[in-house]
Design a binder for this molecule. Structure first.
Ligand SMILES: Cc1ncc(COP(=O)(O)O)c(C=O)c1O
Length: 497
């Protein structure tokens, strides 16, 4: 059995390319609503393709409501573009305006239905705002990292590999590093994986982007959690995919709904972050993990399991990854190490079977021909050291203390509620009634504080009564000060109404 969804099915490649090409030109305004498209014969001649190929592309545009047919006349562009606004000036918005303005929910809903094709990364815009209290960064405070140890290692690694800077890595990643990670994933997480099934990418973000590039075409459906990691949403939107939200709750998903969506809409992938989920902190239980794999197999949906904070747990280790239940190759597993070892090295391991690995490798070679070897070797030597375990244990304790400090500081305000995560870097916080993330964000930025607004984590752009606060980047004193400031701002806003 070869169950993997191909990047594009043989014989379909060409007409979906023509479809993409026409969609792109309509988006760019080459043809406006009710303009007639070139005849099948003319376009086939222009593109030097068979008429049937163009005919099928037009058929797909019609099926998606992008064009309509006039009897004996031809194909015409439907009312309403396949995206909400032209790209361009929109991208030049100021940092404050990352929060969708009034009506944004509608835009997000439309983009969710049709895919937007817009190039944006709302989270990255927030990170660019210079502030004193950064609760938006889900990054480890550099003071919690073993910095002296890391710098000692740099010297040792260069002594051991004097020609390190004079060599490329292989596209797939350094063999020794892959062997090491493979043994670790087998031993600690019981993953059935070989070093051929691992790819080293430049962070988890690159892995998401490569997977989206390989597997998604405009108008494809992607199942996503609601809420979820906003940069993944932006990535899928940019490919023109349609997002299909599935609520994530403390006890996981409504699997009947997931099944109904898979059956009805045949989504290409389900992007999940089931362990200490970003932003909620929830962990999907083991029973559901197993069931998800069964659903993926039954309906031919690729599960992309993003596991960025697997090792950052407080009391109990999390359940085994979804990947551990997969025998047929329907799960791709992303294990980034940015969140606890050396974020600057940007190392992520992607585990996938050969049907997925082959196109991924091509995409990786087109993107950068391989993650820098020096980063991989530095990472390898830190990762295999005994000191790493010690560091991890200390880090877990330090982060747990910071989580508690943040929780207590929030409890001093009126009407703030949050879930207590058992791992990870974030608190998902319900704002006091009537307070919206955009108003609070505007005021907060003015006073030197950032957080992640719920709106951008929501594929529908509606969760404006929620925010994500990271407790990992600021020390305890800053957390207390910052949260007190936030609570005060909320009270001021409530009184100014
Ligand atoms: C769920 C999730 N996936 C991926 C990433 C990106 O990871 P990296 O920093 O390794 O690119 C993040 C970073 O915050 C994340 O939270």
């Amino acid at each position: 059995m070869n169950p993997m969804p191909k990047p594009a099915e043989p014989g379909k490649v060409l007409y979906t390319q023509v479809y993409d090409y026409l969609l792109d030109r309509i988006r760019r305004g080459d043809w406006k609503a009710h303009d007639k498209l070139p005849s099948v014969r003319a376009l086939a001649g222009e593109l030097q393709l068979h008429r049937l190929t163009v005919f099928r592309a037009y058929g797909l545009l019609k099926e998606h409501g992008i064009v309509y047919v006039k009897e004996k006349s031809g194909y015409y562009v439907s009312e309403g573009k396949p995206h909400d606004e032209p790209a361009g000036p929109e991208e030049a918005r100021t940092a404050f305006s990352i929060l969708p303005a009034a009506g944004a929910g509608e835009n997000a809903r439309a983009a969710t239905r049709r895919g937007s094709g817009r190039l944006q990364n709302a989270l990255s815009e927030i990170h660019r705002i210079p502030v004193l209290y950064s609760f938006s960064q889900a990054l480890i405070d550099p003071n919690l990292l073993p910095n002296l140890f890391l710098s000692d290692h740099v010297k040792q690694v260069f002594d051991r590999y004097p020609k390190l800077l004079g060599t490329y890595s292989s596209v797939q990643g350094d063999e020794e590093l892959r062997e090491l990670l493979c043994a670790d994933l087998q031993r600690k997480d019981k993953l059935q994986v070989s070093s051929d099934e691992l790819l080293i990418t430049t962070g988890g973000q690159q892995a998401i982007d490569l997977l989206a590039g390989v597997f998604l075409r405009p108008m494809d459906y992607v199942l996503v959690e609601r809420p979820t990691y906003s940069s993944a949403l932006d990535c899928f939107r940019q490919r023109g995919a349609r997002l299909m939200p599935v609520e994530i709750r403390k006890d996981g998903y409504d699997l009947d709904l997931v099944e109904a969506y898979m059956k009805r809409h045949k989504p290409r992938m389900f992007y999940t972050n089931p362990t200490f989920h970003n932003p909620t902190g929830y962990t999907v239980p083991a029973t559901q993990r197993k069931q998800l794999v069964e659903l993926a197999e039954r309906y031919g949906c690729l599960i992309v399991e993003d596991d960025t904070v697997h090792d950052v747990y407080f009391d109990e280790p999390p359940p085994p990854p979804i990947y551990s239940y997969d025998t047929e190759g329907w799960v791709v597993y992303l294990r980034s190490f940015s969140k606890y070892l050396a974020p600057g090295l940007r190392i992520c391991a992607v585990a996938a079977r050969s049907a997925v690995m082959a196109p991924l490798l091509t995409a990786k070679s087109l993107a950068d021909n391989g993650t820098p070897l020096v980063n991989q070797k530095l990472f390898q030597h830190c990762f295999e050291s005994v000191r790493l375990q010690l560091h991890l244990e200390k880090l877990r304790t330090a982060l747990q203390i910071r989580r508690d400090v943040m929780e207590r500081a929030l409890a001093a305000g009126t009407g703030w509620q949050c879930y207590r995560p058992q791992g990870g870097l974030n608190l998902w916080v319900r704002l006091p009634d009537g307070l919206h993330d955009d108003r609070l964000m505007t005021e907060s930025v003015r006073r030197g504080l950032t957080f992640v607004p719920g709106t951008i984590c929501d594929p529908l752009g509606e969760m404006n009564g929620w925010i994500r606060l990271s407790y990992s980047f600021m020390n305890e004193a800053r957390i207390r000060e910052g949260v007190h400031l936030l609570v005060r701002l909320a009270e001021e806003l409530a009184h100014s109404e």
